[in-house]
Design a protein around this ligand. Structure first.
Ligand code: G16
Length: 529
């Protein structure tokens, strides 16, 4: 194999955000841009020679082209085997599982998640370590540092590899294995959930479902699992064909971007259960007939009911949520007498807790839920969890949620996003908040008295590392909270996120519209910034 060393220009903007490097396709297509970043990753890793690397992506525009480049750079840098999803496709949770199952050294996942795709959309790349989870901050910082001094990359002179055919081919000492993108993942799901009960509940018509794959990666996974394995009719799936531009959709499963599903679920024709996933299959939106379940509530409900699921029948070790996620799961943990950890936003912060067996379930307000089974959040896993719950409890989603609120109270929750804010203005807002939090404690605003106000700093109890500047928390005496932080996944300007929550123990008041129930807090939040 002939290996060339290419002299390259250095880029200074390759700083990974909350979840890998995400940029416009036009940025990634600059000369040597992708090549540099991949080389910077490999230069920052040690002892991977002759080991295996998993490669796959969500199928968006530039996915296949990028994979061909990565294959050649990985070959030149001495990996022994490349395990690649057929046609270059792997959902993020499936990639995490494959890294773990095949004991790979790590993996490169190509996705910009829920960001729009296509020639004018976004692209992204992230490195996952051998536990199957996103590289921790110390690694992503090292990638960035290396990228700023990189002058050369190595690339093997190879023909493009056919990604369509399953099987292994060897090029000298390098093995290239193309695997079925779905089979291993489906088998894992079957090992966790009661597929016989699910099949019976779906085939008897007790559960009817609508799943929107948003023309992104989960289509083939949903078809195999829901239709082929569980017997759901094919028309339960919407937008199930992955497209390079995601059909022009914004594959972010929420009430705005998955509004067709939302309209259906609030109509007379609603099935028992509705769900959607995102570009790379790690997010989930859960709906029942006439109800949208917030991700924070969903996490709490899954935790409270986990022992009904075969894979979690022996109970939970602990749970974790990201800092801005509502405190609903904390109440469940308290009742179950298990620890509840609060981590910064970013799935990578759950990795150590999962590896150390301190937690079994974890989740985030940003439509992410997951467990011990992989080291990424997992959209279809959450959907199967809910289906299994409905089948076991023989109750509708609405009844399950209402009963949960009656038992634990409701954490009324809302997130407001201010997108494409000029970066300098966003920084000014953050600086002003940093000053204000010093003086806020004990001040009273209407019915709200500030109990604490701080800038969240996380101390990882497993590896002792510290992650500072993770957003501002303002907590009130009555348990309400306002949180401010800047998103780490946007690609245009800055995105300011404001998270607002209020605890409501009175079940007579559980049906309020969150925007009305939270009106005073929303006004306060705006006043602060
Ligand atoms: C990523 C991360 C999540 C995070 C989310 C939002 O999700 O994996 O942990 O909660 O971004 O982050 P931010 O608020 O910084 O935009 P995904 O689905 O985009 O990979």
């Amino acid at each position: 194999m002939h290996i060339k060393t290419i002299l390259t220009q250095t880029y200074h903007d390759q700083n990974p955000g909350t979840s890998g490097l995400r940029k416009k396709v036009s940025v990634f297509k600059q000369v040597n841009y992708l090549e540099n970043f991949v080389q910077a990753i490999f230069d920052s890793l040690e002892n991977y020679q002759e080991k295996s690397l998993v490669i796959g992506g969500d199928g968006r525009y530039f996915n296949q082209e990028a994979i061909q480049i990565i294959i050649k750079i990985a070959a030149a840098n001495g990996f022994g085997e490349l395990i690649i999803g057929q046609n270059g496709l792997l959902s993020t949770p499936a990639a995490s599982h494959i890294i773990r199952k095949y004991g790979a050294f790590g993996g490169l996942i190509l996705s910009a998640s829920h960001n729009p795709a296509g020639e004018h959309g976004d692209f992204g790349i992230k490195y996952n370590i051998n536990n199957g989870g996103p590289a921790p901050e110390k690694d992503t910082l090292a990638f960035f540092e290396r990228s700023k001094t990189l002058e050369h990359y190595k690339i093997a002179e190879l023909p493009d590899i056919n990604l369509d055919e399953i099987g292994t081919q060897s090029i000298e000492a390098l093995k290239i294995t193309i695997i079925d993108s779905v089979a291993d993942y489906a088998e894992l799901m079957q090992s966790i959930f009661d597929f016989d009960l699910l099949k019976q509940s779906i085939q008897s018509g007790y559960i009817t479902l609508a799943f929107d794959a948003m023309s992104a990666i989960t289509g083939p996974y949903a078809k195999h699992i829901f239709v082929d394995m569980l017997g759901a009719p094919i028309d339960s799936l919407n937008n199930a064909q992955p497209l390079e531009d995601f059909g022009g959709h914004h594959p972010d499963p929420n009430l705005i971007y998955a509004h067709e599903l939302a309209d259906l679920m609030f109509s007379d024709k609603a099935p028992t259960f509705g769900a959607a996933s995102d570009g790379d299959g790690d997010r989930n939106m859960i709906m029942g007939k006439g109800i949208f379940v917030t991700p924070s509530d969903s996490l709490a409900i899954l935790a409270a009911n986990a022992t009904l699921i075969p894979g979690y029948a022996s109970g939970l070790k602990g749970v974790a949520r990201s800092m801005p996620t509502s405190q609903a799961v904390d109440r469940v943990a308290k009742k179950l007498n298990i620890p509840c950890y609060e981590t910064p936003t970013g799935w990578k912060f759950f990795g150590n807790l999962l590896d150390a067996d301190k937690i079994t379930l974890c989740g985030e307000e940003s439509f992410g839920t997951g467990s011990q089974h992989v080291r990424e959040k997992d959209g279809l896993w959450a959907v199967l969890f809910w289906l299994n719950l409905i089948a076991r409890r023989r109750q509708s989603v609405l009844d399950i949620v209402e009963e949960h609120w009656q038992t634990f109270g409701r954490d009324i929750y809302s997130r407001h996003d201010y997108e494409a804010v000029e970066s300098s203005i966003a920084q000014e807002i953050m600086s002003s908040l940093r000053e204000q939090i010093q003086t806020l404690p004990h001040q009273t605003f209407g019915e709200y008295t500030v109990k604490y106000a701080d800038e969240f700093c996380y101390h990882d109890s497993v590896d002792g590392s510290t992650s500072a500047n993770q957003g501002f928390r303002i907590g009130f005496e009555n348990g309400s909270r306002i949180v401010f932080r800047l998103s780490g996944t946007g690609t245009v300007g800055a995105t300011l996120r404001i998270y607002i929550e209020r605890f409501e123990p009175d079940s007579e008041k559980h049906h309020q519209d969150p925007q009305i129930a939270l009106a005073q807090l929303i006004e306060l939040a705006e006043q602060f910034c």
